[in-house]
Each structure stands twice: as C-alpha cells, then as structure tokens.
Design a protein around this ligand. Structure first.
Ligand code: SF4
Length: 482
C-alpha cells in the first residue's frame, strides 16, 4: 500500500513538532499524528521509532554534556545534574556543555573565498542568470567542482544526469551534518547564510526544480534560526520558498537515500541502488542532492569565475574546502584550505599542539581512520588517504596527543557505528556490534574477516566504512588492543 505523498510527507514535521512539545514520542502520540494525516498508525510508529531523538525524553533541567570524540578526548564526563549527549558539533570548544548555540565567528580560523565576509550584491547570481542553464553547466564543468559531502562526485555530472531524464526534478540540500566532529556547514549557515542563499538561487536557476527541500539537522537550532532569517531577508531572489524539513537524529540520516525516505515520511533507512537519486529520488523524481558547502561554493564560482576557482587546489580536486579541526591543537575551528594541503600544514595552521606532542589524526570520523604523525605529509584529497581507512570525507580532522586517546577514540567510534546501524542489512547490523566487542576484549580472532565482510557486503556507507577506524588503529597501534 502506498499513501498520497502529501499526507505522508507531513509525518516528519508533525513528529518534530510533537517531540518539541512533549519531550518524547510514544506509540499513542504517533497514533494521534497518524490519524491526523489519515495514515495507518503502524507506519507512523515505524518511522517515529526509528529516529533516535524521538525516543528519548528530553533531559529537562539537566545540562547536556557532549561525549563526542573531541570532548571525550578532552576528558568530558557527565557530572551531577548533567546528562551525556552525543556530539554537539561544538568540538572547537571541547569539552562542550549546554544547548546548541549559534556558531561563533571566532571559531572561523582561516577564511578563503567561501568564508570571506559576505557581499552586498548578487554578482554570482547575476552572472549565472546571464549565462542560462547551459552556461551554468559549462561553468560548473570548467570549475571542476566536486561535491563537498564526502563522495566528491563531480557536480556538473550529477546535475546533467538529473536533467537528462527530462522530467520534473527535485533539489534537496543536505544540511544534516550528523557526523561527529564536523561542524563546517553550521559555520556557513550561521555566519555566511547569504552566500548559501545565493548559491541556492543559482542551483534553482539552473535546475528549475519542481520542488526544493532543505533538510536540516534537528538539533542544529542556531543554524536553523540563521538560515530561516536569511531566507526571510533574501528570499525574494528565489522563485519560491524552499521547504525546510528538520531531522530526528541518527548518523545514517546523512546518507542521501535515507534522507529522501525521511522527507517522504518513511522509515529512515537507505534505499537499494540502483536506481540512483538522479534517476529516481524524491517521490520518484530525478533528484539532485548537494550539501550546504557545495551549494555555497556555487556563489563563489559564479562570482569569481571558474578559472579563479580552478586556480586553487589541485588539477583533479580544484578549489578550497572547509575543514572542521578539533582535538589537542592550540586553535581548533573551521579552516578554509586549498584541496591538497597536507595534514602537517593544517596542524601548523592550527597553532600546533595545545600541550603535548600530537601522535595521531583521525580523518573522516566514524567513516574514516587514524593516521600516525609520521604520515602527516599526506595531502588531503578526495578518496582514501591510507589503505586502512583514513579519508578526507566531510572534512573532519581530530588531532590526538596520546596512544591512550587513540584507543579511547577507536573504541568510541566502533561502538558509535554499532549503535547507529539502522539494522537493514545483516553485515552491518550483526557485524558492527561484534567488531566493537572484539576490539574492546582484545579477542581479535576472525576480526579482519568480519571487517572485510562488512566493507564489501553492507548496503550503505555506514557499514562499508565502519571498518576504517578499527583497521587503521590496529594497523598503526596493534599493542593498544592486545
Ligand atoms: S550498512 Fe548499516 S546503516 Fe547501512 S543499511 Fe546496512 S544496517 Fe543500515
């Protein structure tokens, strides 16, 4: 059975509203929502109970204390009157406590064209409008822009593939940013929202989508308020107001097909591909999914010109990108760097070690891996940085200053991936918890085989990449897990 899409797509906004009002959503509340939407209660509860944020009673009166990887490495622990919460994406001030707050300008440590002070005109949009759809696609092609979400797929190719279907299409902005240790899209939305709106206008100009959705992390209150304000102030440059949808938690929600299911009011789990979203995505429409940094980069490209964009970075990976730098460095925060910069140079820009010498960097968070200081000459480029798993990913870089911190972080990430597994496929659902147990106990017989099965047989990136932190930690620091 399928339901009219209009009714079903009202489910997630209704769940978010109920969670805000009630603190948690139980089956009876889901049933009331379902009745209002004229959908079966079982379908509403199936979706609601799959979002981790909706199950939990909001900790009223208790102060949230972040125990994400950067805060954990900084010694975070919840005391009396406090409650431990997952990464609050404020790693630049680890250990972080309190509610979500607007991203501070002071945590932007290095600005390039993307994070430069905002302009007062719309020169990028004007240039895009003057060149038309074909001109925008040609400009994108010349710029060499690759998506900044982690897969680094060429943006011009993705747009062309969706347009080639010659059907009404959807544009979805991925502002979920649920990866622990990453906060650069929050920085953009809070501090440079006008640049994001200009980029969005350029994308809409070229793609002429039938529907535009911005999917925002449900806990990113500061980014939500800043973006809403920018859309109110500058929305006149958009042909129609985009629909803004907030999530309900879960790392896998950042996976694009999971996000499409969530927007449609379905259980937030990945879809089997093919078809890919550019073929059949939101409500079956060809769908372009780009993240906030990718969208904002459009404003830079059409303002400065494709050649200027291409002059930065490397031939294969042009432009700048935002890094979320955290951990044991003197100046954690967001750094706009040219693609291809080395980890050693980033460490130097971040002021070097805060106290003790740095022994390792975690690149790519739960879907990446650890690198020892001896490899810090590695350039940060799309794809794997080391065969054991480290990857540039969404641009998270956590510096650690002791082997004990490496062990603690590796165990945290193994447990995190197990907890975040949506359970749809067996290799990840059964493999991730078992891999965590084996790593923690030191009984590693068969662990490498298990990791290999997870990497090749899991349905989505969460299970496929979860072996990275384990493999890399074991490869470089086997003595920590004996
Ligand atoms: S790999 Fe994990 S998160 Fe992805 S579909 Fe399978 S069980 Fe779900």
């Amino acid at each position: 059975m399928d339901l009219p899409s209009a009714a079903r797509s009202g489910l997630l906004p209704a769940l978010v509203e109920a969670h805000t009002r009630c603190g948690a959503i139980d089956a009876s509340e889901a049933g009331r929502i379902a009745a209002g939407l004229r959908m079966p209660a079982a379908l509403a509860w199936e979706a609601a109970s799959s979002f981790p944020d909706f199950e939990r009673e909001t900790a009223r009166g208790a102060e949230p204390v972040c125990v994400g990887p950067a805060c954990l490495a900084a010694g975070a622990i919840a005391g009396p009157g406090q409650v431990a919460v997952e990464c609050q994406h404020r790693c630049f001030e680890a250990p972080a406590a309190g509610e979500d707050a607007p991203f501070p300008e002071s945590a932007i440590r290095l600005a390039g064209p993307l994070l430069a002070p905002e302009d007062t005109d719309w020169r990028g949009l004007d240039a895009a409008r003057a060149s038309g759809r074909d001109g925008v696609l040609a400009g994108l092609e010349r710029s060499g822009l690759r998506g900044r979400g982690g897969a680094y797929f060429p943006v011009a190719s993705k747009w062309s593939a969706a347009l080639a279907r010659e059907r009404p299409l959807a544009l979805v902005v991925n502002a979920e940013e649920g990866e622990p240790g990453v906060y650069k899209d929050r920085a953009l939305l809070c501090r440079r929202p006008r640049r994001f709106v200009e980029g969005l206008a350029i994308a809409i100009e070229a793609l002429a989508p039938a529907v535009t959705v911005i999917f925002l992390n449900g806990r990113a209150q500061g980014a939500m308020e800043s973006m809403r304000s920018a859309l109110e102030s500058h929305g006149d440059i958009l042909p129609a107001a985009p629909r803004v949808v907030r999530g309900g938690g879960g790392y896998v929600l950042g996976e694009e097909t999971t996000m499409l299911n969530a927007i449609e009011g379905r259980k937030p789990v990945p879809r089997v591909r093919p078809p890919f979203p550019v073929e059949s995505g939101l409500w079956g429409m060809p769908t372009v999914v780009n993240n906030v940094e990718t969208i904002a980069s459009l404003a830079v490209i059409f303002r400065e010109g494709a050649a200027a964009f291409r002059a930065r970075g490397t031939a294969a990976a042009p432009g700048t990108r935002l890094l979320s730098v955290s951990g044991a460095v003197a100046r954690p925060g967001v750094y706009e760097v040219e693609m291809g910069v080395t980890i050693a140079r980033v460490l130097e820009m971040a002021g070097g070690p805060a106290a003790r010498p740095i022994v390792a960097a975690l690149a790519g968070g739960p879907s990446g891996g650890f690198l020892p200081e001896s490899t810090f000459g590695t350039p940060l480029l799309p794809g794997q940085l080391h065969a054991t798993g480290a990857a540039l990913g969404a641009g998270g870089l956590l510096f650690l200053d002791s082997p004990a911190a490496v062990r603690k972080t590796a165990l945290y990430l193994a447990e995190f991936n197990a907890a975040e597994s949506c359970g749809k496929c067996t290799p990840c659902r059964e493999g991730a918890p078992r891999a965590h147990e084996m790593l923690a106990s030191g009984n590693k017989a068969g662990l490498e085989d298990l990791l290999e099965v997870m990497a090749v047989a899991s349905l989505c990136g969460l299970g496929q990449m979860a072996p990275g932190p384990i493999r890399s930690a074991l490869h470089f620091w086997p003595e920590l897990f004996a």
